[in-house]
Design a protein. Structure first.
Length: 314
């Protein structure tokens, strides 16, 4: 029998790579997530892949807002929001605005294992259908409050012109009305409420509830009392608004009304100018050669009196 060679390769190392990663596989029976190689090996930001894998591992119904993701990851809001936009652009993430039976609008997030898997749910033509399509919006008779989540990008939809009854009753065009919508507006300035109601025609995102309009009306009334016109107040409240609201629109309007100083009152009118009488030039008296003021040459007052007494004495 031949002796074993000292330099012979061990059979346990047969086929092992000389460099790179060596996988130690463990068959998992629970608590695992199936991820496609296209997503796991996607070129680009590691934060984007990490956010995608984390969302895939969460149960259905778990909040995936920017605030919720920032609590889990050490990255900040900028990187997390950028990762969500990249996943949305790649087709893995979809955010829809859907109207609830109560009339409110919520933003729901759908995440696909395969980009574009919403057509067949990622199971092929014979597989189960994807997530339901958003229902048709209700008529404008029951406007809803737009309550988008922090990760939502609000869609700027066209808002129809106000109807005749809305123009007469501004409270009827406010969202979230109760049985008696005019009750919170009982002590509010009608002109201020009408101005707040008209903001939604300038920017569709500025939809206010009855209570929000009642809370903002005193500040708008103070601006009107200070002499600021409705057009100037509308420009102040609607210029350079962000495309995405992290809070209710009423909070942004309240901040602008609170932080913008009131204009200075108009200056008091100047007293009327009293015209001074014209100053007559000096003249030399023809009788006594005294200087006196008169419009033309002649005698002074004393010489005229002397001339008046002379005929009487004669």
């Amino acid at each position: 029998m031949a002796d074993s060679q000292a330099n012979a390769r061990l059979r346990a190392d047969a086929g092992a790579p000389v460099s790179g990663v060596i996988h130690v596989r463990t068959r998992l029976a629970a608590d695992f997530t199936v991820i496609s190689n296209a997503l796991a090996q996607r070129r680009g930001s590691a934060v984007t892949i990490g956010v995608a894998v984390y969302i895939l591992s969460l149960p259905t119904g778990t909040p995936v807002t920017i605030t919720a993701l920032c609590k889990h990851f050490s990255e900040g809001e900028i990187l997390i929001s950028r990762a969500l936009r990249e996943l949305e652009a790649a087709g893995y993430l979809e955010r829809r605005r859907e109207r609830l039976p109560s009339g409110k609008i919520r933003t729901r997030t759908y995440f696909y294992d395969v980009p574009g898997g919403g057509d067949h749910g990622g199971h092929g033509p014979e597989g189960p259908p994807g997530p339901p399509k958003p229902p048709h919006p209700r008529p404008w008779k029951q406007p809803a409050v737009a309550e988008a989540s922090a990760t939502a990008t609000p869609l700027r939809e066209a808002v129809p012109a106000p109807r005749h009854e809305e123009a007469e009753n501004p409270a009827s065009s406010l969202a979230g009305t109760d049985a008696d919508p005019a009750l919170p507006l009982a002590g509010a300035d009608p002109e201020a409420v009408a101005l707040l109601t008209s903001l939604r025609r300038v920017d569709p995102l500025l939809v206010l509830s009855v209570r929000e309009a009642a809370r903002l009306a005193p500040a708008v009334a103070a601006w009107l009392a200070a002499g600021v016109g409705p057009r100037e107040i509308t420009d102040l409240l609607t210029v350079r608004l962000p495309d995405t609201f992290r809070a209710r629109p009423a909070s942004i309007l309240a901040f602008r009304l609170r932080e913008t100083p009131l204009p200075a009152p108009p200056p008091a009118p100047l007293p009327p100018v009293v015209e001074r009488p014209a100053v007559l030039p000096f003249q030399t008296c023809d009788g006594c050669e005294r200087a006196f003021r008169a419009p033309g040459p002649g005698h002074c007052r004393d010489c005229r009196r002397r001339e008046e007494r002379l005929p009487a004495a004669a």
